[in-house]
Write a protein of this length. Sequence first.
Length: 468
Amino acid sequence: MKKDSLETFGITLPELRSIVAEGLKGGNWCDLYFEQTVYNDLLLRDGAVASGGFHFDYGCGVRVLAGEKTGYAYSESTDLPSLYAAARAAASISGTPGAVCVTPPSPVPASLYPMAQDWAEVDKKALAAWLEKLEQAIRARESRTLKVIAMLSWSTDEVLMFNSLDQLTSDFRPLGNVTVTCIFADGGKTEQRNVSRSYRCGSEMFDDTLIAELAEEAVCGLDDSFAARRPKGGKMPVVMAAGASGILLHEAMGHAFEADFNRKGQSVFSDRMGRRICPAGINIIDDGTIPSCRGSIRYDDEGVPGQKTYMVRDGVLTSYLHDRISAGFYGVEPTGNGRRESFRYNPIPRMRTTYMENGSDGTLQDLIASVRKGIYVDKFANGEVKIGEGDFTFYVNRGYLIENGRLTMPVKDINIIGNGPRALADIQAVAGDLQIDNGTWTCGKEQSVAVSCGIPSVLIGGLTVGGE
């Protein structure tokens, strides 16, 4: 525990204990979550960086648990009268105290967020010049560039957590982001591309290598995008590309593995623990320990260590994603998935970085070659998922027809429709080319939190393609 974290919030250990004692007058568990967030951004539009923003947020949330009931209050001041008032408000709940999972923290990696260049010492003029150089690189690669809008943002989030077990933990979470929207025009047609990167590190991420990656991704396959058409619809095999296709895994399956949905009987997987839900050899993971990854956290927002959790091992459902409440309900250890948007929110089970491990079915080309007629999906957009039934719909930004084992006509403006449990059971092949997508993914389950996703190339035997 760093002494300077206590100093940041102007609090001492005896005072923390006293506030928790006030909260325990209304329940059997009390925890405190202090947070200080500093956020900056720069916006490039029409060839120049013309605006920027700065935001500072500070406060503390107090949670009291009494059986199945939760009392939560927060203060935007950390003076003692305000904190005692928040503790009394949270304690005003009533009910019979029940069990709460209280597993003590264990050692965690100390270097999840490498930061060679401190954000507090960043040169904003240099970052503005970097954005301008990025736009120039895109225009140099593609003469059909009509407009480039780019935003660069960075934040540091310092948190201090204390609970009724006398556990004191802290974390300092840096995050750098860049998002680029490009509009291209050709013969009266326009195409929009969105590319992004996000890492938990320092300003060293904004180098020439990243400029080249973003510029190349923005213009790659643009001729095919202009030529793309809607295919005929129907049920057919779908090959999902490695990387960003992991958003389907996150949305259509990952949310259904979150323990609050299962504890309340709202998930289609509520009665499937220990049962086979997809073919043998498939492993699905939610991981908070990947260095520099947007979804990684040394500790979750309940002070539980970040960890690597196998939700599915060898095709069998082996774990939900737990916060302390659901872990207590199931009689298991929390998995480090208690997360919140800020000190104003109660922690709930949330994903971190969700992905499928490599398979042993060859390469992407092998998967495509095995399909007589189907669809190859390169880029998904947001979709809709019904947690209880598992039904999902995703919009496809970019893909290709597969005919006789070869990619042929580029396609766009189609929907992929299916059911999560059935899609998992219908996985026919998994390649060995896992990619974690480092885009600016944000999950919006009641609250917004930073996440990541990934997947190897995967062949699903039959999904409904909504086309002509």
